[in-house]
Design a protein around this ligand. Structure first.
Ligand SMILES: [Zn+2]
Ligand SMILES: [Zn+2]
Length: 202
């Protein structure tokens, strides 16, 4: 089991360490970091001037299969890796592009749980996008929340009604800022893979 934060080096690399360390603390799981490469942006839509997050995720899944040396644990069988690894290793790409998915004008991030891959972009998480002064600590905070949210989806979690919980789905930056960096009790239980009591059957 592992979580890999794949940090495109066009996103300020100085932020990758604080984000991965805080992310690991919020998830209560180890997070490894890859931050010496550029992952191509796919699916550019010239009318929207944005990138299709689904297309990038499909490419990321293909990349993982073709580059087992980057993500495969040394002691794992290659066939097993290709068939089942998405269940064990989760990859979250941090990319500079402004992202959309076909049903939304924009997304802060997107997860594809079936493939075990997710994506997050700082593009609309940074103050500059809204005409305000840059603020690295606010950006780190938002990247941690958004990354933890997408990884939560990769572990099978749905959206949560609690506006303070990481799994709450924010409609805008204010709602993202209002969230806290924690999983509520219900979401934490699901994240840890235990069965919640009210779902036990006799
Ligand atoms: Zn979500
Ligand atoms: Zn929750």
């Amino acid at each position: 089991m592992g979580i890999h934060l794949f940090w495109d080096s066009r996103v300020p690399v100085g932020l990758s360490r604080p984000v991965s360390e805080e992310l690991s603390a919020v998830l209560e799981m180890p997070v490894s970091r890859i931050d010496d490469g550029i992952f191509p942006l796919e699916g550019f839509d010239p009318v929207r001037n944005q990138y299709d997050a689904v297309k990038i995720l499909l490419k990321l899944d293909m990349f993982r299969r073709r580059m087992p040396q980057i993500f495969k644990p040394a002691d794992m069988d290659l066939d097993f890796y290709n068939k089942f690894n998405h269940l064990h290793e989760k990859i979250l790409l941090v990319t500079p592009g402004d992202l959309f998915e076909p049903l939304a004008d924009f997304v802060f991030g997107l997860a594809y749980p079936k493939l075990g891959v997710g994506i997050v972009s700082p593009h609309r998480l940074q103050n500059e996008f809204y005409g305000k002064y840059a603020d690295d600590s606010a950006l780190i905070d938002r990247l941690v929340k958004e990354s933890a949210h997408e990884i939560g989806h990769l572990f099978g979690l749905d959206h949560c009604d609690n506006p303070g919980c990481i799994m709450y789905c924010p409609r805008n930056l204010d709602e993202l800022d209002r969230k806290r960096k924690y999983f509520c009790g219900n979401c934490r239980v699901r994240l840890n893979g235990d069965t919640p009591e009210d779902e036990l059957f006799s």
